[in-house]
Write a protein that binds this ligand. Structure first.
Ligand code: ADP
Length: 212
């Protein structure tokens, strides 16, 4: 039998010993210096329909208009492409978040302010992402909207499908949502307009020296 041209995978790290990190010619610091802001990921977490995508996009627009380099990573969009092979099983939900964390880290390395909008219901998954990043590069934003209001809004008709039994394992109904206890920013969308919610996040970034 002919031998595989690939070295065997190290069973502990699951990485080939032939994979060597290539030092980039343009450093992270070079990229940060060419921007008018510090890079970070704003990690939006909250129930479906809480307003993560809406506020993430409003913040992105404000930052972009202010001359920042930005990007939005959105749950549904990522599941169309990069994570199109994943289901909603517990194992795949974890892999979904792990890949998104790696992508967010690349964007931060590129010097961007990234808004990521994923339910990310488990505390341990959010902590895993935070650990991948340096101090100050992970900002947890809890979109704190009561379940009843999310269900009333039902922007994608998902709560209606849960009611008829078409959808199972739905976060907040029959699947756990672990609300953050120490989020950096807590946004109460039931009490403020979309613009005011976005401005609270912009103010946090200004007050904490991400940009002037
Ligand atoms: P998620 O991304 O958390 O699933 P979406 O942003 O897709 O939620 O949907 C939130 C819905 O709530 C949208 O239809 C939005 O217009 C509505 N909404 C009403 N008030 C607010 C608010 N203050 N902030 C964010 N969304 C709001």
């Amino acid at each position: 039998m002919t031998q595989s041209p690939y070295k065997t995978v190290d069973s502990e790290t699951e990485k080939s010993s032939d994979v060597v990190w290539h030092q980039a010619s343009v450093s992270h610091e070079d990229r940060v210096k060419s921007n008018k802001h510090r890079p970070a990921v704003l990690w939006f977490t909250g129930l479906s329909g809480s307003g993560k995508s809406t506020i993430a996009n409003a913040v992105d627009k404000m930052l972009h208009d202010g001359g920042c380099k930005t990007y939005v990573l959105d749950g549904d969009n990522i599941r169309h492409g990069l994570n199109g092979d994943l289901t909603f099983s517990d194992a795949d939900r974890i892999e979904n978040i792990r890949r998104i964390g790696e992508v967010a880290k690349l964007f931060v390395d590129a010097g961007l302010l990234v808004c990521s909008a994923f339910i990310s219901p488990f505390k341990s998954d959010r902590e895993m992402i935070a650990k991948k990043l340096n101090q100050g590069e992970f900002i947890e934003v809890f979109i704190d909207t009561p379940l009843g209001i999310c269900a009333q809004r039902d922007p994608k008709g998902l709560y209606a499908k849960v009611k008829t039994g078409e959808i199972k394992n739905f976060t907040g109904i029959d699947s756990t949502y672990e609300a953050p206890q120490n989020a950096d920013i807590v946004i109460k969308t039931a009490e403020c307009s979309v613009e005011d919610c976005a401005l609270q996040i912009i103010n946090y970034l200004k007050q904490n020296g991400y940009f002037q």
